[in-house]
Ligand binder design. Structure first.
Ligand code: NAD
Length: 495
């Protein structure tokens, strides 16, 4: 069994006193061990990042941009290899893995525009002979901590912009599918990134805490579940760092009576069961406005579910793969079983589906007559379970969603522009889709939810990432003739 090691200062490191298992979720096989970094090993990675900082921040912007242009090309050329790594450790189907890579490439393309992104502002003659300009400088060493569900895209959300801005990085990917991050670090270096600018350490809370507690780490980007996001935000901000910590989600999709119900059913099935529901933007609650809509859409969704192909992600005919671990599969199943006891109607019970072998597979589930207060509604399940909540009016739908503690994404299906416009105005959620079930913004915008889906005030990637990963400095200049010099104890005024 091979050992997956850290990547520090351009080299593989890790004496691996502690390790964790990495499974192939499609077979259940314990395929690798991953080294768990000690505090000393994380400190060594931070030291490498700190040592690389002066050289990287002094590197010309055009030369920095070249790295991203080359990286983009390498990601396109190696996408099959990278997708195979994702599928073997995460389980998602290969087509979905390639989709994730292509969304990550958007962040690399955005970073390649760094010469434009890092331009400051200049005001000439703010007073006679006085000019003011602003510059954006890197914050220093950045800690990046990522979840299992997008082992390529989420690291690229962070490291592309952080590195473009002249920072150096210590990345701690999920210990469940760690190999993609090491692959990315090697690719960055092949593209010309100097050793030490991007370091990868694997591990658990020990490694994360070492990043959070180090005085040499100046900013922390985190994506993962809400309880951990909250604790990361509190610990790192108490240590004086800037932090963005993106958490979990419960994404609603509202179907209005005027919506095209076949399109809405296609969208609901794709967004609820794609990647086995292990997406932070997966639709997990369908809000049907009116019983007529509810009855019709439940039937249409159920009939589409019956045709879904579930199997090993490397098989081209599979549309949905397994869940990440056996424990997670069992937890997801418990929500479906519990829903019936809570008074909901289990229309399709995926826990009864049978699969050959020891993979972490589960069938897709559809649960109707779900209400707030039920566990199946309140918790983020992160599996292929779609709940249906029936409401009477548009206002009730908005009230339901605005009362939820999560606020990552939301979608509205309607053919009426006036309703759509009002929804955009009313809804308290960070990312909104109108007839788009998974409204993940393109790389030129920023991504982030509200409420318990994001702690901090900066969204991730896109323009807000440039703000997050830089400190601005404002410079006031004057080139007076020495003959004009005089002592003046008054406060400088420009009027
Ligand atoms: P997780 O919170 O278990 O782990 C995320 C990271 O935190 C991992 O690197 C993990 O090793 C580390 N970690 C785990 N426990 C820790 C602890 N006690 N102290 C310090 N670090 C710890 O999340 P996950 O299961 O890997 O990912 C799924 C979750 O991520 C879901 O809740 C999903 O909604 C969320 N997610 C959110 C977004 C978003 O953009 N809002 C995107 C992707 C995933």
């Amino acid at each position: 069994m091979s050992l997956i090691r850290h990547h520090v200062d351009g080299r593989e490191t890790g004496d691996a006193e502690r390790t964790g298992p990495v499974f192939n979720p499609a077979t259940g096989e314990r395929a690798h061990e991953v080294a768990f970094a000690s505090t000393a090993e994380v400190d060594a990675a931070i030291a490498a990042a700190k040592a690389a900082l002066p050289g990287w921040r002094a590197t010309g912007l055009v030369k920095r941009a070249d790295v991203f242009f080359r990286l983009r090309q390498l990601l396109v050329e190696r996408q099959d290899d990278l997708a195979a790594i994702i599928t073997s450790q995460h389980g998602k189907v290969l087509a979905d893995a390639k989709g994730e890579i292509s969304r990550g490439i958007e962040n690399v393309e955005f970073a390649a525009g760094l010469v434009h992104l890092l331009k400051g502002e200049h005001a000439e003659q703010v007073a006679r002979g006085v000019d003011v300009h602003s510059v954006k400088q890197p914050v220093g060493v950045v800690g990046a901590i990522t979840p299992f569900n997008f082992p390529v895209m989420v690291p690229l959300w962070m490291i592309s912009s952080a590195i473009a801005c002249g920072n150096t990085v210590v990345l701690k990917p999920s210990e469940k599918d760690p190999s993609a991050s090491v692959f990315l670090a090697r690719l960055f270096e092949e593209a010309g990134l100097p050793a030490g600018v991007l370091n990868v350490v694997h591990g658990d809370k020990v490694a994360v805490d070492a990043i959070l507690d180090s005085p040499d780490v100046k900013a922390v980007s985190f994506v993962g579940s809400t309880p951990i996001a909250k604790s990361i935000y509190e610990r790192a901000s108490a240590a004086g760092k800037r932090v963005q910590a993106l958490g979990g989600a419960k994404n609603h999709m509202v179907v209005m009576p005027d919506a095209d119900l076949d399109s809405a059913a296609d969208a609901a099935v794709s967004a609820a069961y794609g990647s086995a529901g292990e997406r932070c933007m997966a639709v997990s609650v369908l809000v049907a406005v009116g019983d007529e809509v509810a009855d019709a859409i439940v039937e249409k969704v159920a009939s589409r579910m019956a045709k879904l192909q579930i199997g090993d992600g490397t098989d081209a005919s599979s549309e949905m793969g397994p869940l990440i671990t056996r424990e997670h599969r069992d937890k997801v199943a418990s929500y479906v079983t519990g829903a019936a006891a809570e008074g909901a109607t289990v229309v399709v019970d995926g826990t009864q589906a049978e699969f050959e072998g020891d993979g972490f597979f589960i069938g897709t589930s559809l649960v109707d007559h779900v209400r707030p207060g039920m566990k199946v509604y309140e918790d983020e399940i992160f599996g292929p379970v779609l709940s249906v909540v029936r409401v009477g009016t548009y206002d009730e739908a908005v009230e339901l969603i605005n009362a939820n503690r999560f606020a990552n994404g939301v979608a509205l299906f309607t053919r009426d522009g006036r309703t759509a416009r009002q929804f955009e105005f009313d809804i308290e959620v960070g990312m909104v889709g109108v007839n788009v079930p998974i409204p993940v913004p393109i790389g030129a915008f920023s991504f982030g939810g509200w409420k318990n889906s994001l702690f901090g005030d900066s969204h991730i990637y896109g323009p807000e990432s440039i703000h997050f990963y830089t400190r601005s400095k404002v410079v006031t200049t004057r080139w007076p003739d020495p003959s004009e010099s005089q002592v003046n104890l008054g406060f400088p005024s420009n009027h």
